[in-house]
Design a protein around this ligand. Structure first.
Ligand SMILES: [Fe+2]
Length: 429
């Protein structure tokens, strides 16, 4: 049996233990909490990854625990469990990490990008082209000066830029009908119809943003470069997608080490128009608000294996839905080979998975559907230590911490919705 102890103080803690699946085992373990005078506030279980089918892991939270009580409980539990560990819940009501509460709070950090203007990495095909660097900076400045709610300025793309777009558009649209998921292909056709998606012009962010808002409530916000994981994920919570407007260097139309307008428009935009996918994307963002740094890393990894390199099962066939796949001819062709490993969709494993950023992906995780992936994400997100529960208010485009007053209001709203549902069902009958 392994026992892991970390520093604890007279505060809130989590105790995680594993039990062999036998009658009465959990009751006996929980009785030890009572004997040790621990204030148990939360418990949940799941099948153990170490011994699936034979063992269960239990996650418990306790409040106001002294070190003496914790030590006593561990001594009582050791003979009953196969493993036990204690973790300090560091985030208390007074120590909450700052996060945006309204869509307008995104202005607070939207200019703090990792890459900007001429500071291109040495592997960027445009790094030695001063004309390209100047142009990229000029377009990025739109984002740098942008405030939430303003119309997004138009970029007059050059003939050379449109030619780069054309090559990518032609290459990818040949592969999508047979390799992209059905929701992507349907949305793409609507973008052709409603936003003029075609090989001869690069879509304008403002046009696409207005269209997305009508379809799913998502909107685009110009990005001057890569946002940090925390900032990027928090924007998704408000159904805002940070979107680059500049295009990759024309010397390598099928390679870019960073997101560009081709990756955003062809890779991300079509599925952001799909309401179920939009809801799934927002869920990742909501999970990130106020989460500790180690969980932001985990959620960014989850984002990578879903919105960037997600694959799903469609009538027994593997289809792509991630933008890193759908926006890259090379990645789609590689995905069609038997080289990459495809694993089942398990958020607890996904968040811990290492991956290369600038190479073809050695593995993907296969989701059954966006809805089931969202449900699994919700279960995982419930394990993120946060001293509050948040609810998104679409009327004010803000998040609210649920206290007693707002819980009562929520209950009344749900009651009204249930009554509406009952009326609709009666009419249908
Ligand atoms: Fe992306």
């Amino acid at each position: 049996m392994e026992t892991e102890l970390v520093h604890t103080s007279d505060n809130d803690i989590s105790i995680i233990f594993s039990l062999v699946d036998k009658k009465g085992a959990l009751l006996e373990a929980l009785q030890q909490f009572q004997i040790a005078d621990m204030n148990l506030t939360h418990i949940e279980s799941r099948p153990s990854n170490n011994n699936p089918g034979k063992e269960y892991d239990f996650y418990t939270s306790c409040s106001g625990c002294s070190q003496e009580k914790i030590d006593n409980l561990l001594e009582l539990l050791k003979p009953l469990v196969t493993s036990v560990s204690v973790e300090q819940n560091n985030t208390t009501k007074d120590e909450v990490i700052w996060f945006p509460h309204t869509i307008y709070d995104l202005d607070e950090f939207a200019t703090q990008v990792i890459d900007y203007g001429e500071d291109l990495g040495s592997d960027h095909p445009g790094v030695k082209d001063p004309v390209y660097c100047k142009r990229r900076k000029e377009i990025a400045n739109i984002a740098f000066n942008y405030k939430q709610g303003q119309p997004i300025p138009t970029v007059e793309y050059t003939t050379e830029e449109i030619q780069t777009w054309r090559l990518i558009f032609q290459g990818l649209t040949k592969l999508h009908p047979t390799n992209a998921c059905q929701q992507y292909n349907q949305s793409f056709l609507q973008l052709v119809k409603n936003c003029g998606f075609c090989e001869d012009s690069i879509p304008q962010l403002e046009t696409v943003s207005k269209y997305l808002k009508k379809c799913s409530g998502f909107q685009l916000r110009p990005a001057a470069g890569l946002w940090t994981s925390r900032d990027f994920l928090s924007a998704l919570a408000f159904r805002v997608f940070p979107c680059t407007q500049y295009i990759r260097h024309s010397s390598k139309p099928f390679y870019t080490p960073e997101p560009d307008v081709c990756h955003e428009m062809i890779g991300h935009v079509p599925l952001l128009a799909d309401p179920t996918f939009a809801s799934f994307s927002q869920e990742i963002g909501l999970a990130s608000l106020g989460a500790p740094d180690d969980y932001i890393k985990k959620l960014a990894t989850f984002y990578w294996f879903t919105m960037e390199f997600g694959v799903c099962n469609e009538n027994g066939e593997r289809k792509a839905y991630g933008a890193g796949l759908l926006g890259s001819v090379e990645e789609i062709q590689y995905f069609l080979t038997d080289k990459p490993t495809v694993l089942p969709f398990e958020p607890e494993k996904i968040v811990l998975q290492d991956y290369p950023m600038l190479e073809l992906q050695p593995l993907y995780f296969l989701a059954d559907s966006f809805a089931s992936a969202q449900e699994k994400l919700k279960s995982y997100a419930a394990t993120i230590p946060k001293p509050f529960v948040l609810r998104y208010n679409p009327y004010t485009q803000s998040v609210e911490e649920l206290d007693q007053l707002s819980v009562n209001k929520l209950a009344s709203d749900i009651q009204a919705d249930v009554e509406l549902l009952q009326k609709a069902v009666q009419k249908a009958i």
